[in-house]
Ligand binder design. Structure first.
Ligand SMILES: CC(C)(COP(=O)(O)OP(=O)(O)OC[C@H]1O[C@@H](n2cnc3c(N)ncnc32)[C@H](O)[C@@H]1OP(=O)(O)O)[C@@H](O)C(=O)NCCC(=O)NCCS
Length: 132
């Protein structure tokens, strides 16, 4: 049920990017896994690490572990490529997402002042070591 996104998913992907106030994609240039009509995870490999950019679950489907399933799919994919560490940034006010990430093994390792715009806000940097 989790599958890799393709060019036919661009409309859906761009709807979600709009939620994150990001410009639309014209092509798929990152790793994007999705569950039809439920959610998506968007990340990139960076040498022996990976960066998680966005994870999104449709409102009606939240708190039913779909977010966890998307994360697990990313973790397995990264492990199969010998990636040991995953990083992400999150708005300090997004307590729900922070709790979610901590539940799945991420730890706050640092923060960045005024990292976000629109509105301006600090970020926490979180890290997960795969295999932990
Ligand atoms: C963050 C998000 C992806 C989580 O997806 P989800 O499918 O609801 O998450 P899961 O059901 O797998 O995990 C639920 C866990 O998240 C945490 N969580 C979820 N909702 C929460 C809330 N309202 N308050 C506190 N913790 C919460 C809890 O740890 C919960 O585990 P528990 O039910 O055992 O207590 C989803 O809420 C979402 O799409 N949010 C909007 C987009 C966003 O903010 N993305 C993250 C920044 S990129």
């Amino acid at each position: 049920m989790i599958r890799e996104a393709n060019i036919n998913d661009l409309d859906y992907i761009n709807q979600i990017l709009e939620y994150f106030k990001q410009p639309p994609l014209k092509e798929i240039n990152n790793k994007i896994l999705l569950i039809n009509n439920i959610g998506m995870i968007f990340y990139q490999y960076l040498y022996d690490a990976a960066e998680l950019y966005y994870i999104y679950v449709e409102k009606d489907f939240r708190n039913q572990k779909y977010g966890g399933k998307l994360l697990d799919a990313m973790f397995s994919d990264c492990q199969s490529k010998n990636i040991r560490t995953i990083f992400l940034e999150v708005r300090k006010s997004n307590l729900k997402a922070i709790k979610f990430y901590e539940k799945y093994g991420f730890k706050v390792i640092n923060s960045r002042n005024n990292y976000y715009h629109n509105p301006v806000e600090d970020a926490f940097i979180l890290e997960k070591k795969l295999g932990d």
